[in-house]
Write a new protein. Structure first.
Length: 171
């Protein structure tokens, strides 16, 4: 597995100076892990022309400092019957700190919500939601989301086709 064969090589001109004390070797390790998290330290070492021990130490440091937060399997949601992807804008009624924190705690308990972003603009939050179908979304909206105490306004957008889905950070 050559770094040159990765689908997203390092963008030109990015990260001329080290970020958070990351050097070029750290960035190459991160690119390799983003492409295939199950790659072994030995395989990374061979790719970089190093031994496995310094690669292991670098990866441990990247994990310890939070640059690498966790390793996950990317699952095809449609294979699990979660065919409807919804982006839902939410406005809350009250914007005092306790109400904001309460909404953010409650939204984390809803498994249908994959991601939640606090945004600026016409709405307060953007939610990424997956459910099996429109009926399931309607049930989610009525029984779960609208049941939250501080919900003001909700606007939903339904994904017709996913054009690009990427989890790799451009480094």
């Amino acid at each position: 597995m050559s770094e040159d064969s990765l689908p997203y090589p390092a963008p030109e001109g990015m990260h001329q100076a080290p970020l958070h004390n990351l050097d070029a070797t750290d960035l190459r390790i991160l690119r390799l892990l983003q492409h295939q998290a199950k790659v072994t330290n030995k395989e990374i070492a061979a790719e970089l022309g190093l031994t496995a021990s310094p690669v292991y130490e670098r990866i441990r440091r990247l994990e310890r400092t939070g640059v690498i937060r966790r390793y996950v399997a990317l699952i095809d949601r449609e294979q699990l019957g979660l065919r409807l992807l919804v982006f839902c804008n939410v406005s809350i009624k009250e914007h005092a700190r306790p109400y904001i924190l309460q909404f953010e705690r409650e939204i984390q308990t809803l498994p249908e919500v994959l991601e939640c972003f606090h945004t600026a603009g016409g709405f307060d939050y953007l939610l990424k939601i997956v459910v099996p179908d429109m009926n399931a979304y309607q049930q989610f909206l009525v029984q779960k989301l609208a049941a939250l105490e501080n919900i003001g306004r909700v606007q939903s957008s339904f994904v017709m086709d996913e054009i690009k889905h990427n989890t790799q950070i451009p480094i």
